[in-house]
Design a protein around this ligand. Structure first.
Ligand code: RIB
Ligand code: CA
Length: 326
């Protein structure tokens, strides 16, 4: 199925995300990119509980001054116990950023499959968290998913790179390996943007200095989220910077040359222990395109100009009561 849109027309995109500090940067970049037509955002558990993810997505949309359809995907993994990344993204999911209290999510909110169903034409689906929402959609209506997902680009997994949750597994894959197994076996046009390339996407402290010294509310808010993330990477990996994994799939939609892919046959380990969620090459596994090369020179200016520079010049304070198109 072609993912090509008419020359010059924005690419229709749906993002399933677990905001999440690096998700926040990815969402702000997506919302600031005229090349993309964000048809909706579906929130999932992962970095934080789904109630916080929903609240965080609303806060990000309000601060970006944008409205789009917000859907609620998975609240917990298919079969594994729910485990969120408080130590990495903070209790709220957005570090030290100021946020309204999270509400209760009502049962009849729109799910990812309903969001897909209402699309008039096929979209590019970006998943930035565990792929439980997509697995649930595939379980309930695989033909709908095939008809409406022209391309699936996922921040998930690792092949040659060390894991970040166990030494073998990346967090999104580790959260729900059964869901990833369902997605891989569905053989959608999936592109895996894993730690092999995202570990190189390190944001250095000097790149956010202007956020720290800006008076603009959005700059301070983003900086408060990032401060927590910098502290975590320093403590956890002795890194003087932070890895903003989720920015890469969005940047690749805007600058396709930013990533290079190779087709692999991959499986995901489903057993317990250190190999849980380990994505590895297997000659009998389903086919998936794996990102093996990244050109950061195409990515950094996008973040710098479309997110940080934008934030520093934003003097308007968000309208607190405005919902974000929910
Ligand atoms: O392993 C990194 C991934 O897990 C990123 O998407 C991060 O936001 C977390 O969801
Ligand atoms: Ca994420």
């Amino acid at each position: 199925m072609s993912t090509q849109t008419a020359p010059g027309s924005p690419l229709p995109v749906i993002i399933d995300t677990d905001p999440g500090i690096d998700d926040m940067l990815a969402l702000l970049l997506a919302l600031a990119s005229p090349e993309l037509d964000i048809r909706g955002i579906s929130v999932s558990y992962g970095n934080t509980v789904v109630e916080n993810a929903f609240r965080n997505a609303v806060a990000i949309l309000r601060r970006a001054g944008r409205r789009t359809t917000l859907a609620v995907g998975a609240r917990r993994p298919l079969k594994r116990p729910l485990a969120v990344a408080r130590e990495t993204h903070g209790e709220s999911g957005l570090g030290y950023a100021e946020l309204a209290p999270a509400g209760v999510i009502l049962d009849f909110v729109k799910s990812l499959d309903r969001l897909l169903a209402e699309q008039p034409d096929p979209v590019t689906l970006v998943t930035l968290g565990p792929v439980t929402s997509l697995a649930l959609a595939l379980r309930s209506d695989p033909e709908l998913v095939r008809a409406k997902v022209a391309r699936h680009i996922a921040m998930i997994g690792n092949v040659g790179a060390k894991g970040n949750t166990t030494r073998y597994a990346e967090f999104n894959a580790w959260c729900d390996p059964e869901a990833l197994d369902i997605v891989l076996r569905a053989e959608l046009p999936t592109e895996m943007v894993g730690l092999d390339v995202t570990r190189q996407m390190v944001l250095a402290p000097h790149e956010t200095t202007r956020l720290q010294h800006a008076g603009a509310p959005q700059a301070r808010w983003i900086n408060d989220a990032l401060r927590f993330y910098f502290e975590f990477h320093k403590q956890q990996e002795g890194l003087d910077g932070c890895i903003v994994n989720d920015v890469l799939p969005i940047a690749a939609l805007v600058r396709p040359a930013a990533l290079g892919f190779e087709e692999q046959r991959l499986v995901v380990d489903l057993e317990e222990g250190e190999h849980r969620g380990h994505t590895r090459i297997d000659p009998h596994g389903p086919r998936v395109k794996v990102a093996t090369r990244v050109d950061l020179a195409l990515v950094r200016p996008l973040l710098s100009e479309r997110v940080f520079r934008w934030a520093v010049h934003q003097t308007a304070t968000p309208i607190v009561s405005q919902e974000a198109g929910v």
